[in-house]
Design a protein around this ligand. Structure first.
Ligand SMILES: Nc1ncnc2c1ncn2[C@@H]1O[C@H](COP(=O)(O)OP(=O)(O)OP(=O)(O)O)[C@@H](O)[C@H]1O
Ligand SMILES: [Mg+2]
Length: 358
């Protein structure tokens, strides 16, 4: 059953259409991530959900209850929406202890002292903050501060959590720890999560569903993380997720070659469907290309950079540069070495950018 429903919501700031007729349904208990470039409208969408922003058009429902409607000019105020919220900046009150920070939403809801103590203690326990309950935020690390924000947002048992880049101010290790903690909290409390990030690894790790957006919050793909990664719906999604090569090809003798490089050998003998004339563009990820000493599409290594566990190569095939990434433990090639490329996974996109199935 749909828990949160967005119907054609639109938000303009002057001439900028920040969110352009966005429609979306999120199931109860689902974790959905909005992933997209800076300025594409993710935060604006979340702010409309939270009730901090009205709508120029459209409506938002939770279950069968309308909480924002441009038609009825009706907006339930943020504090009545009972959404848990964590935003990027550590929004904790410096003059309140950890306990009081977390207790605050319960106090404004007018709960009894006993209830406040019980619920606050529970939220502190699940976020690993119980021992720090009497500390003040400035005595704590960035990760702990963000835990206070998390604890505060779960203390009143919200059914919906809005998280806007909650981990982006943390170092990479802490970010990974917190990712798992958010997932654990969700399992325990079974809230619906709407998560905003431009970190694809974070979106992949947390979400049941990823919505990739372009400017105006225009949905480019709405899918499972695996399908967003393995079957990007269009060129935009392909280039937004992971690293990409986009290569022009030509077809000859029933085989596909990189454009102008027939002597180097074919990429594949499976020709993707195309109208007479221009074949689709070949897209492939650097990690989906093998390098072999003999055979393959022949080229020359022109750059080799060590990136920790992986080596990043540029291989020139005729005039075309292909980026390849291989594990450092595989046989190495040096700059100037000849090698063959074997394309393990091929994706095809037509001139409009739409995916073509081979
Ligand atoms: N209060 C505002 N006044 C004017 N323009 C705004 C306002 N808030 C957002 N915008 C504009 O709306 C568009 C969407 O902004 P938004 O903050 O939603 O993007 P975002 O996807 O969250 O980006 P980021 O990844 O950088 O956080 C941008 O063009 C932004 O400049
Ligand atoms: Mg934002």
């Amino acid at each position: 059953m749909a828990h949160v429903i967005l119907r054609d919501i639109t938000k303009r700031f002057g001439s900028v259409v920040a969110v352009d007729k966005l429609s979306l349904e999120v199931a109860r208990g689902q974790c959905i991530s909005f992933l997209g470039p800076s300025g594409c409208g993710k935060t604006t969408t979340l702010r409309m959900l939270a009730g901090f922003e009205d709508l120029d058009e459209g409506e938002i429902l939770v279950g069968d209850r309308v909480i924002s409607s441009s038609f009825k000019n009706y907006y339930l105020p943020p504090e009545k929406r009972d959404f848990g919220m964590v935003f990027q900046a550590f929004a904790v009150w410096p003059h309140l202890s950890v306990f009081d920070n977390v207790a605050f939403p319960l106090q404004i809801r007018g709960l009894s002292r006993a209830e406040i103590r019980e619920k606050t203690t529970k939220a502190l326990t699940y976020t690993g903050l119980l021992d720090a309950r009497d500390s003040y935020p400035n005595e704590l690390s960035g990760g702990q501060k963000q835990r206070i924000a998390l604890a505060r947002s779960i203390s009143f048992n919200p059914t919906v959590m809005l998280l806007d880049e909650p981990l982006s101010n943390l170092d990479p290790k802490m970010r990974e720890v917190m990712r798992f903690e958010i997932k654990e909290l969700q399992k325990r409390f079974n809230f619906t999560i709407i998560y905003v990030t431009h970190d694809q690894a974070e979106a992949m790790a947390l979400s049941d569903r990823i919505v990739v957006m372009d400017f105006g919050a225009l949905i480019q793909q709405d899918d499972t993380p695996v399908d967003v990664y393995l079957k990007p719906a269009n060129k935009f999604v392909f280039s937004f997720i992971g690293l990409s090569n986009f290569l022009d090809v030509e077809v000859a003798d029933g085989k596909v070659f990189l454009a102008g490089t027939r002597p180097a050998g074919p990429v594949t003998a499976v020709v993707p469907p195309h109208a007479a004339g221009k074949p689709p563009t070949l897209a492939c990820r650097p990690a989906e290309i093998e390098m072999v000493p003999t055979g393959g599409v022949r080229g020359v290594v022109t750059r080799r950079v060590l990136l920790g566990d992986i080596i990043d190569y540029v291989v020139k095939v005729g005039p075309t540069e292909v980026r390849v990434q291989r594990n450092v433990r595989k046989p190495l090639f040096g700059e100037g070495d000849r090698c063959g490329l074997v394309f393990a996974a091929l994706h095809w996109y037509d001139e409009s950018g739409a995916r073509v199935s081979a």
